[in-house]
Design a protein around this ligand. Structure first.
Ligand SMILES: [Zn+2]
Length: 110
């Protein structure tokens, strides 16, 4: 795991935990991951058959589903929702990459 991946994974764990969602790596054969509710508790399941890069991308994608599609954030197969989650996941990862200095510089630019 690179230092960057370590930071991304730690940031994702924190985001899921702040939403009371448990992020769990499990052996999923048919999917890279998804959100599931069991006895009132939400889980984000990530296939540990994926590469670490894929696991990070999938977790960010699922986090975007949660934030954008709260009515039912589970995988719907609806292409427009999947596209939104894909773009949202990329945005989440790119925000995580930005340093405090970058964010401060942006806020001073207006
Ligand atoms: Zn999806």
């Amino acid at each position: 795991m690179t230092a960057r991946q370590e930071r991304q994974w730690a940031a994702l764990l924190k985001e899921f935990s702040s939403r009371q969602i448990e992020l769990r790596c499990v052996p999923l054969h048919l999917s890279r991951g998804g959100l599931a509710c069991h006895k009132g508790k939400w889980f984000c399941l990530i296939s540990d058959f994926s590469s670490l890069r894929e696991m990070i991308e999938t977790a960010a994608h699922e986090l975007a589903h949660w934030d954008l599609h709260q009515q039912d954030p589970r995988e719907t197969g609806d292409p427009s929702l999947e596209l939104e989650a894909e773009e949202g996941g990329k945005a989440i990862l790119s925000m995580m990459e930005r340093s405090y200095g970058d964010i401060l510089a942006d806020s001073l630019r207006w």
